[in-house]
Design a protein around this ligand. Structure first.
Ligand SMILES: Cc1ncc(COP(=O)(O)O)c(C=O)c1O
Length: 389
């Protein structure tokens, strides 16, 4: 999560350029006042190139990116969208906002969607799957893609945490029909708030462009106030200042991911010999973003004890185990639209996932890590497990 750690003069220069060139903060128009400065368009182009796709659309958040993706694919009332029970509430909120029914399934030891649960859960109403690369580790996306192809349903990748990662050299976000990204302040690169949607298909992209802009088709033959429209929409437009920051951050993405991986590996190397811990699984060919180091301990009590011991040494955990309820559908009783079958499914439905999450620990990775962090993690772990150190 270190995008925010690296905000500096490069971001400032990009923002300053917006003001130097006329201070136009809107992504469209004002051509004679902006001296060729189009930060949102430039950010979209650079992001598409980085991810080797043709089309990218910048939006106001990762949540908006999901909502726009669903709209572009015409998903709405009567449709079911499958996702995983370990994700942030945003994934499910976007499905509910689109009036479709979210169906959450169990996870496996990747802590992402378990493909063995997927095929049997697809019904004639299922229109799409949203696979999430939680905390930057790829889902078993190759298998999920195969199932979606077989069943002829869309695949959306919620790549909020996976920006800059890949599986078998295919960038995360590009396995699916649509990939969504978040640039909120906790993500690998940040624009404060912001998001991106990437597409393979031009028709879906065009639909999304219009939908995120009140239905505006930005027809070059007419001024904007006489613009043509074919559908309604909403406003999820990114503004120029966010994109200016995004352009500078994008140039740092590879460095950030490499550094995170290095820091994560350092901590893991320092603890991996300890009996009773198991690293989170990842599919073959994983190049993760190493947003966090996640591993399993024997039970919930150890996970919580470890967290407390870590905190005493000034090191925090992230999401697991302390905030898992914000990220686990099994606890979202406040969402009455969750799972068409939710109220009827047995209490044990998510047992397998809950059991895994409660004994998971996630250590956030920073670029400017405290040099002693790896030792602090080791000492806290040994202390929790009552092993002499
Ligand atoms: C998996 C996932 N999807 C979507 C989002 C939403 O992103 P944003 O905060 O930019 O709306 C988040 C945010 O943390 C997330 O973790």
């Amino acid at each position: 999560m270190p995008g925010y750690e690296l905000i500096g003069k490069e971001e400032f220069r990009e923002v300053q350029e917006v003001f130097d060139k006329g201070g136009i903060l809107f992504r469209h128009g004002f051509d004679d006042l902006r001296d060729g400065c189009f930060k949102v368009k430039s950010f979209e182009k650079a992001f598409a190139e980085k991810n080797k796709v043709k089309y990218a659309l910048a939006v106001t958040s990762g949540t908006a990116a999901l909502r726009v993706a669903l709209a572009a694919l015409n998903i709405g009332e009567g449709d079911e969208v499958i996702t995983q029970c370990f994700t942030f509430v945003a994934t499910v909120e976007a499905i509910i906002e689109s009036k479709a029914t979210p169906i959450c399934l169990n996870i496996d030891k990747t802590l992402n969607l378990d493909p063995s649960e997927l095929e049997k859960s697809i019904t004639p109403r299922t229109k799409a799957v949203i696979a999430v690369h939680m905390l930057g580790t790829p889902a078993r996306i190759e298998k999920i893609r195969e199932i979606c192809n077989k069943k002829k349903i869309y695949l959306i990748e919620d790549t909020a945490w996976g920006c800059g990662g890949n599986l078998k050299n295919v960038p995360l976000g590009t396995w699916g029909d649509v990939g969504t990204f978040s640039f909120d302040f906790a993500k690998t690169i940040t624009t404060g708030e912001g998001g991106m949607v990437i597409f393979k298909d031009k028709i879906n992209y065009k639909k999304a462009c219009a939908w995120h802009d009140h239905g505006h088709e930005n027809n070059p033959l007419v001024p904007r106030w006489e613009d043509t429209r074919s559908s309604s929409g909403f406003n999820y437009r990114m503004m120029e200042l966010q994109a200016a920051v995004g352009l500078a951050q994008l140039k740092k993405l590879s460095y950030i991911v490499d550094k995170q991986r290095e820091q994560r590996d350092r901590i893991w190397e320092n603890i991996k010999d300890i009996h009773g811990i198991e690293k989170r699984h990842s599919p073959n060919g994983t190049f993760d973003t190493a947003d966090a180091l996640v591993f399993f301990v024997k039970n919930e009590e150890i996970a919580k004890g470890f967290r407390n011991n870590l905190l005493e040494m000034g090191v925090s955990t992230k999401i697991l185990p302390e905030a898992y309820t914000w990220h686990f559908a099994g606890t979202w009783n406040h969402m009455d639209k969750l799972n068409g079958n939710y109220k009827n499914i047995s209490k044990n439905f998510f047992k397998k996932s809950e059991e895994l999450l409660k004994r998971s620990v996630s250590i956030p990775i920073n670029i400017n890590n405290d040099d002693n962090k790896a030792d602090k993690v080791r000492i806290s772990l040994l202390k929790t497990l009552n092993i002499e150190f």
